[in-house]
Design a protein around this ligand. Structure first.
Ligand code: SRM
Ligand code: SF4
Length: 556
């Protein structure tokens, strides 16, 4: 328990965590399955089950949601098939959602099936552990890691190592199961910041360190540089033009960002810690930062418990010193600049891999929603045309890698691509939406279906020259990340003609990729029923959209 926690009053979450750690629930699953959800202790049911990724849904009582962990957003066709079988047994209640953290959630789950579901997951190496509540969320990495010829670092192994450390290889790790609040970690490996590093509590962005000498924490001087050269020239981490050949050449590592988060109370982009690490020190840095957060993070008020609040209270310098003291080493100052110098890619469409003769193809999954049949089909195409691997993006889409040139043409004629397009409309392709009122009790509005209908209507009336990124989020918790969007729509309640209606606050100015920064609220309380003309106006004024009618007249 933290020093801060022992000296301040504890909120109700801290109290129930102190009574029984969330992870203790692992040993009670059989009991709950036999008991049934209605007879369960409410705190176990509504909160502690989230430590094993099982979420009670007050909107659909008795039909739970299960949140997986997908390190770097990668899974196999076998794993996808197991997920499909799980949701298939729930008929119309069963579906799945790809999430904004490169992850997947299953719906319709009955408590009596949990022992069987966990056994099936275990058999194929899937875990749901520590995916909710005061734990580290799915760790995001570059969605085209190991495929992208221009990547600077293949993030896959590192992300897996961090997850293994945090979760004891998926079995659960009590060392990190009682944080003051949720915690997000991301590692960018490419030049386009495909993971939205800036909105994570802890993020690593590629950066080369110039000069000679003392590299990295815990690795010891020139030896560390040698390790670094080994890392970035290894097959899984493609060589780059500036691969170091001697200690005086630029060495690859990561600049560290800390404190990014969204919440109903406050949203902040991550700030530089002024620290740089070698790839092999990233896991140790994650551990050190988490230990500091766990032991000193603020636990009195849950609205002020995310890492940035501690950094505010201490100042960045003290925070850094505490991290260094946990590491047992001084952190090196940040590299002068990071390597994020591309606009963000969305990975939809066909792209050459760095492996000659192979391609990765990004498919658009409308608002990330999948049904059992879709999941079986995705597993099939990944196996028939690729290597059986499937990847998720933070835009809630999928990437199928390793499709050979010889199979590509046939792949492109597969009927599944009519449902999950590789060339969707320019609004559709960038649409993101959180869960919303269909399943989430925090929601102030319905999101996913409304988002799809709105985009369809706008695309019918307008022509576009560039994609416009529209993100919907059902409440100020901001799971749909409206602050990173070109146009962000945040659910709210609003008044019109004396009636309370579903509405949105509109955010604009979010910039992703190079020079990422957050958008801000520009208009409040637009009733959803009046939204279409408002969006149409914004798209014409700010994003070069044209009315189809006008376009026809001009061409005449
Ligand atoms: Fe979230 C809570 C869904 C990404 C900020 N989020 C919830 C809950 C668990 C609330 C609940 O119990 O109903 C939602 C579950 C609804 C459901 O049935 O699906 C929920 N969050 C989601 C997902 C599924 C949205 C999506 O459609 O993709 C995302 C799951 C990610 C994952 O795989 O783990 C999701 N949530 C996010 C993000 C985006 C991100 O991580 O990039 C954020 C903002 C970033 C951040 O956290 O800093 C986010 N979710 C929140 C918050 C506000 C946190 C805070 O500090 O106040 C809550 C509420 C809370 O934790 O108290 C929340
Ligand atoms: Fe639920 Fe709100 Fe998150 Fe949407 S933003 S999933 S409505 S908590």
């Amino acid at each position: 328990m933290t020093d801060t926690a022992t000296t301040t009053s504890l909120n109700k979450f801290e109290k129930f965590k102190a009574q029984k750690d969330g992870l203790a629930i692992r040993d009670e699953i059989e009991k709950f399955a036999a008991l049934g959800w209605e007879a369960m202790d409410e705190i176990d049911r509504d909160h502690r089950l989230k430590w094993v990724g099982v979420f009670f849904r007050p909107v659909t009582p008795g039909k739970f949601m299960m949140r997986l962990r997908m390190p770097n957003g990668i899974l196999s066709s076998n794993q996808m098939r197991v997920l499909a079988q799980v949701v298939q047994r729930y008929g119309d209640d069963g579906c799945a959602d790809i999430t904004t953290r490169q992850n997947i959630q299953l719906r319709g789950i009955r408590i009596e099936d949990l022992p069987d579901i966990f056994n099936r997951f275990h058999a194929v190496g899937l875990t749901t552990v520590q995916s909710g509540m005061d734990n580290v969320r799915n760790i995001t990495g570059d969605p085209v890691a190991g495929l992208d010829a221009d990547e600077l670092y293949d993030t896959r192994e590192l992300v897996q190592q961090i997850q293994d450390m945090l979760t004891n290889k998926g079995e659960g790790n009590p060392e990190f199961s009682n944080l003051p609040r949720k915690f997000n970690i991301a590692i960018a490996g490419g030049r386009d910041n495909s993971v939205h590093a800036e909105i994570n509590d802890l993020a690593f962005v590629p950066a080369f360190k110039e000069g000679s000498g003392e590299w990295g924490v815990g690795s010891g001087g020139d030896e560390g540089a040698g390790e670094a050269s080994k890392q970035i020239s290894s097959p899984s981490s493609p060589s780059s033009p500036s691969s170091p050949s001697s200690p005086s050449s630029p060495v690859f590592g990561f600049n560290i960002l800390v404190g990014g988060f969204f919440s109903a109370k406050r949203c902040e982009a991550a700030i530089p810690l002024n620290a740089w690490v070698l790839p092999e020190d990233v896991v140790a840095v994650c551990r050190a930062v988490l230990e500091v957060f766990r032991d000193h993070g603020l636990r009195a008020n849950r609205q002020k418990s995310r890492l940035m609040w501690l950094i505010d209270e201490w100042g960045l310098e003290k925070f850094r010193v505490e991290v260094e003291s946990r590491l047992g080493e001084l952190l090196l100052p940040a590299a002068a600049k990071d390597e994020i110098d591309w606009e963000k890619r969305d990975h939809i469409g066909v792209y050459k891999q760095k492996q000659p003769g192979f391609n990765y193809v990004g498919l658009h999954i409308p608002v990330g929603r999948l049904y059992a049949g879709d999941m079986f089909e995705i597993a099939r195409i990944a196996e028939v045309y690729g290597s059986g691997e499937i990847r998720f993006t933070v835009e809630q889409n999928i990437v199928i890698p390793n499709i050979s040139d010889s199979r590509l043409a046939t792949f492109l004629t597969d009927p599944l691509l009519e449902r999950f397009s590789i060339d969707p409309g320019l609004l559709t392709r960038s649409l993101v939406s959180c869960t919303g009122a269909q399943f989430c009790n925090f929601a102030l509005i319905e999101t996913k279906n409304r988002a799809l209908a709105m985009i369809k209507a706008l695309e019918e009336d307008l022509t576009f020259t560039n994609p416009v990124r529209i993100h919907w989020t059902g409440c100020p918790n901001s799971c749909g990340q409206p602050q990173v969007a070109d146009i962000g729509l945040m659910g709210t309640k609003t008044r019109k003609n004396g009636k309370t209606l579903e509405g949105v606050d509109i955010y604009m100015g979010g910039k992703v990729g190079k020079d990422a920064h957050l958008g801000t609220c520009v208009t409040k309380g637009i009733p959803c029923e009046d939204l279409q003309p408002v969006l149409q106006d914004l798209l014409i004024k700010h994003f070069g959209a044209k009315l189809k009618q006008e376009a026809i007249l001009v061409s005449k």
